[in-house]
Every structure is written in structure tokens, then in C-alpha cells.
Ligand binder design. Sequence first.
Ligand code: APR
Ligand code: ZN
Ligand code: ZN
Length: 361
Amino acid sequence: MPQHVQGVIAPGRNEPVRVETIVIPDPGPGEAVVKIQACGVCHTDLHYKQGAINDEFPFLLGHEAAGIVESVGEGVTDVVPGDFVILNWRAVCGTCRACLRGRPWYCFATHNAKQKMTLLDGTELSPALGIGAFAEKTLVAAGQCTKVDPAVAPEVAGLLGCGVMAGIGAAINTGNVGRGDTVAVIGCGGVGDAAVVGARLAGAAKIIAVDIDDRKLDKAREMGATHTVNSRTADAVEAIRELTGGFGADVVIEAVGRPETYEQAFYARDLAGTVVLVGVPSPEMKLELPLLDVFGRGGSLKSSWYGDCLPSRDFPMLIDLHQQGRIDLAAFVTETIGLGDVEKAFARMHEGDVLRSVVVL
Ligand code: APR
Ligand code: ZN
Ligand code: ZN
């Protein structure tokens, strides 16, 4: 029997979000219904609401979540009802060209639920990133459920489902930060701070946090930054060079998603260094660089999609490290809120007041 639950939808471009009754079908083959316990408010949810991702309104928002598997469809063997899971938006297919080449973290044909969740009048919903977890329950592909240790609080575990994984992965998977490296992180919101955590975990010798907001820099220091630069008052490139013997950092992680911060990242790295772009630009942004500098400075310019993570490998590993006290995922949770508070959380995000607001159910 289809179930009726409450969920947060974005009805149209820039219209306020609202709580509505959602119809959840029984899971079909390869699908699972998950009872959501917590879901973080991510920038991408706001981008959906603003119509910056696509026009497929209404959206069922929320995609950074943890919960309990309630029921599974035919053929599902990896998870069973009662499992505590983090939802991911990279349920790898196993057969696309990336998967076949042994690089499933790039999977180009990830799975989502085939059936649609709807409003009471039958209007089909587009779940954010194929998840839609600002809701009491949601329908996903079973591969989107990654089982982890249930001892971790859902509001903490869920954050690995998007922003925190993106940042940690930008450092450890995409940037390949290693022991002794110098690392700079430009933009210290949730994603940038997670990159700081990842760089520290990987053994970086120096971690330089750059932001235009001193509150963010204080927090970045708590997260493991060894140096901070306020790029409103100082030249970020000069400051990073000065802190690295005049050379620049081995790896610079851009966690803002703007041309001017990308350019800083490009010039703030040492010769043959690496730039990792994990901030998401908007469609109108353009980058202009002297091609001779691109050649002459060498190294690699990489983008990090979802931290180039493989959920089944990375989520349980990071949960273990959290359990052992070697990383502190709880430090990312600024506040817990209810389903009705998402609009307010967007405003706080905009003001730079929070790393993460997390809806708990
Ligand atoms: N230079 C340095 N820092 C900046 C600049 C700038 N020009 N502009 C903004 N920032 C800082 C903000 O002060 C803030 O601390 O970047 C940080 C951005 O953080 P959040 O807004 O919390 O965003 P976050 O969730 O960390 O995501 C960062 O990654 O996933 C993408 O869409 C997301 O593009 C966004 C980026
Ligand atoms: Zn694939
Ligand atoms: Zn997200």
C-alpha cells in the first residue's frame, strides 16, 4: 500500500518551500523505502529551489541523510529492513565505461528509484539528487543505501551523504594529499572545513585556511587548520606563498566555486602542484587564464565530483574514524531543526551563520 508522509517541497522557482503530504509507493524491484531520521540542509537544495539546477519543479528537497531501511523490493540483498544507512547519490551501476575500467567513483550511470513519489493529486515529484529526504520516508534505489554502524547519531552520520564527504574526498581522493604536504583550502564553509579535516587526516604538514569571514576562519582552526588568511584584508596568493617558503602549496582546494577564487587557487599552488575544484560554479561563470601559465606551472587541475567517493568504501571507513575519535564529524552540526524550518535554514546559510543545519525527524 502506498504511504502518505510529510515532506518539504520546492513548488516553483524561488517560491518558499513548504511541507506537503507525499505519496510513497511500495518499493519495486531494486528499490527501498527508508525512514529518514536526519537530513542536512545543503547548498544544492537551495540551488534546486532557485531553479539553478533544472526546471523540473516541484522538487522534493533534501539529500544529506541517514535513516532506517523500512522495506525493500524484489531482488534486494545488500540491505534489509532495520539496517541503519546513509543515503548516497552514487549508486554505482557496475557496467558503464567508468565502472568497467575499475573507476566506479566516476560511475556515469548511477541508479535512482524507478518509481515516482507524488503529491496527493498525483503530481510527480523530482527528488533532489535522486534522494528527497526532507521527508519522513523516501523511496530510493537500494544501492543508494550504505549500511554503517548504528551507534553514530543520525544527524552526524547523514552529513557524509553529501557536503562532508565532498570536502574530505576532495582532499584525500581527488587531491591525493599525503604526509608532509602543504595544503590550502579556499572557502571554509562545511565543504572547505571538511577538506581541512581530510587534509589533516592524510598527514598534511601545513593546512592554510582562507576565507573572507573571520568566524569561518576560527572554526577552520578548530577543525585542524594550522594557519588562516582573511582574503578580504590580505592577498590570498601572496599570503599562501609566504606561508610556504615563497613557493605555494602542494595542493590547493577551491571550495567556493567562483572564477576569482579559482584563480587564487591556480596561482597559490607550487609548481607542478594540484588544484582541486570542489565548489560548484553557476552556469554564467567564465574563467580566463594565460595559457602559458597553465603550461608553465605544470601539475594538475582537477574537479572533485562528490569527493570522488565510493560510498560503500568511504562511508563506513569515515564512520569508523569518527567512532575512534580521529575525526570529529559532530563538529559540523551547528543546529538541529524540524521539517518546517528549512526556509529559515536557507536564510541562515545565506548569512554564513551555520556550517550545517540538520533536520531531525
Ligand atoms: N574568498 C574566500 N572565501 C569565500 C569567498 C571568497 N571570495 N566567497 C565566499 N567565501 C566563503 C564563505 O565565507 C563561506 O565560508 O566560502 C564559504 C562557503 O561556504 P558555504 O556557503 O557554507 O558553502 P559550502 O556548503 O561549504 O559549499 C561550498 O561547494 O558544494 C559546493 O555548492 C557548494 O559551491 C558551494 C561550495
Ligand atoms: Zn557505472
Ligand atoms: Zn549536497
